[in-house]
Write a protein that binds this ligand. Structure first.
Ligand code: 5GP
Length: 209
């Protein structure tokens, strides 16, 4: 049996560890891919253009937005972020999982425009732990750190708009839980109502011709 492709949104307040979770999922499961977002913020020391993000000027970003190239866009702490549309469709049509590591506004707007997408909210185990993780990244100026923390508290209230909620207490366990969610979604009968997913013999059994 072939499995259907899926758009999977993983959102959480900044510092909860969603990028690490996404990287682990991609490392472990061959048919998982990362959606590379565009952003107008500057690259951090370890980030590479075309790998972590497509870094661009505000003018370039707004031109692409106007041309309808993004599935969603959001402003996050003074910068633009956007999910390029074309790679999503391509990856899903290949029967693969495309992981979107995006903020809460983005997650909610993807669910509106792509109702078949699966949304997962990653929850930090506590505010103290979130603070510790944000500080430990050493990527933020103190003012940005404070802004991110303040934003995190507001963002947490959106968890119930998501399809699934997973606590990122222990990385290995959070990764496994998200994988199990994706597996279950790929076996939903309504997603499999097409003969392309089945062998000829099973197709006949299912009345799919
Ligand atoms: P950072 O600047 O820490 O890389 O990302 C800031 C926030 O923007 C994070 O919550 C991240 O998940 C989110 N983000 C990254 N790419 C996108 C995107 O394409 N769309 C939206 N809506 N949020 C994004």
């Amino acid at each position: 049996m072939k499995k259907p492709g899926l758009v999977v949104v993983i959102s959480s307040p900044s510092g909860t560890g969603k990028t690490t979770v996404c990287r682990q999922l991609i490392k472990r499961y061959r048919d998982y891919q990362f959606s590379i977002s565009a952003t107008t913020r500057s690259p951090r020391k370890t980030e590479k253009d075309g790998v972590d993000y497509f870094f661009m000027t505000t003018e370039e970003f707004l031109d692409l937005k106007k041309a309808g190239m993004f599935a969603e866009t959001a402003r996050y702490l003074e910068h633009w972020y956007g999910t390029p549309k074309a790679p999503l469709e391509k990856t899903v049509n290949q029967g693969k999982i495309v992981l979107l590591d995006i903020d809460i506004q983005g997650g909610r707007s993807i669910k509106k425009t792509m109702p078949n997408a699966v949304t997962v909210f990653l929850i930090p185990p506590s505010l103290t732990e979130l603070k510790k993780r944000l500080k430990g990244r050493h990527t933020e100026e103190p003012s940005s750190l404070q802004m991110r923390l303040k934003k995190a508290v507001t963002e947490l209230s959106s968890w119930s708009y998501y399809d699934y909620a997973v606590v990122n207490d222990e990385l290995k366990s959070a990764v496994k839980q998200i994988h199990l969610i994706i597996e279950a979604e790929r076996h939903k009968a309504w997603r499999l109502a097409d003969k392309k997913y089945w062998k000829k013999s099973t197709r006949r059994l299912l009345g799919l011709g």
